[in-house]
Design a protein around this ligand. Structure first.
Ligand SMILES: Nc1ncnc2c1ncn2[C@@H]1O[C@H](COP(=O)(O)OP(=O)(O)OP(=O)(O)O)[C@@H](O)[C@H]1O
Ligand SMILES: [Mg+2]
Length: 295
């Protein structure tokens, strides 16, 4: 089996692309030369991602955290939605998308999605938003409400005061706490997060980063986390994917130090700041290179 060296060095280090294992556990996610062309065969034909290849190994009791960076429109959300099985990005035009060794055919509870916008149901209370997935699985009301209250506490909300609020009564940070609880209550093995903290102020954002790290450790899930914030990707990630401009492909896979100290502390350290500078410089080089506009 090709081994990924996840060295927690002070500087990010470039990784070679892993290949599918010859035997043993199937890969958690396996992208092989995945291309997505929208409106193929029409004048509007547009290739969003081209030949994207990567692998996430199945390491027992450890979920990998992958930060995803790249210029706007390079296909980051397209990649995430292909893993989730969400149209119209799904299905891919060519290539193979495998999750735990099986081709993705539709969305499933094994893959939870947290969106950038506050995607809570406006006419449901906080508690009923969090319990939504369990309700779909016909978990009895008392049981699902009790589990939802536990999750409210886990994400730092007050199970008594906040449970009966409606989404319009919440701050941005509270919204995302509800969205995270609603996703994680289902114990997905893969958590897909598309710029979930993009609209939060810097202090709330760092608090949410700490919360996410704590929950991720507990769940041992694989996380894909899209962000435009370089420190956020470098802090949260075990690995950082950097996409080229459109049509996007992964041009760098970097191993970075894991988040083993609180965000505020670690993000002020010289080694961390050096990693951020390196990643920024790689992104700037990509932005400076003339984008390939052909599709
Ligand atoms: N349904 C669609 N039909 C046609 N083109 C689409 C569709 N969805 C996305 N695209 C195009 O595919 C490209 C990649 O989109 P995607 O949303 O994946 O980018 P992104 O990297 O997530 O960008 P951002 O950082 O701005 O969120 C964009 O140029 C977008 O306009
Ligand atoms: Mg996007």
């Amino acid at each position: 089996m090709a081994k990924i060296e996840l060295t927690a060095s002070e500087q990010p280090c470039e990784l070679k692309v892993a290949v599918a294992p010859a035997g043993g556990q199937p890969l958690v996610v396996d992208f092989r030369r995945v291309t997505k062309t929208f409106d193929a065969g029409t004048p509007r034909e547009f290739t969003a991602i081209r030949e994207v290849t990567f692998a996430v190994e199945n390491i027992p009791n450890i979920g990998e955290f992958i930060g995803v960076l790249g210029p706007s429109g390079c296909g980051k959300s397209t990649m995430l939605r292909l893993i989730a099985g969400l149209a119209p990005q799904f299905p891919a035009t060519s290539g193979t998308v495998l999750v735990h060794g099986e081709p993705v055919v539709e969305p499933g509870p094994d893959r939870g999605f947290v969106f950038q916008d506050y995607a809570n149901f406006p006419h449901r209370t906080v508690l009923d938003n969090v319990a939504f997935g369990l309700e779909c699985q016909q978990v009895p009301e008392n049981d699902r409400r009790e589990r939802a209250r536990e999750w409210l506490a886990k994400v730092g909300l007050d199970p008594k005061k906040d449970a009966n609020k409606y989404p319009h009564q919440l701050s941005g940070g509270m919204h995302q706490r509800v969205a995270i609880a609603r996703t994680l209550i289902m114990h997905p093995r893969i958590i897909l997060m598309d710029e979930p903290f993009g609209a939060l102020d810097p202090t709330t954002r760092q608090r949410m980063q700490d919360l996410l790290v704590a929950l991720w450790r507990e769940l041992e899930a694989t996380v894909f986390f899209i962000t435009h914030d370089v420190p956020e990707a470098v802090y949260l990630g075990d690995r950082v994917f950097i996409f080229s401009p459109s049509p996007g492909t992964i041009v760098h896979q970097l191993a970075v130090a894991p988040p083993d100290r609180p965000a505020r502390e670690m993000q002020a350290e010289p080694a961390f700041l050096a990693s951020v500078r390196q990643v920024r410089s790689l992104l700037e080089q990509l932005e400076d290179a003339k984008p390939n506009t052909s599709s």
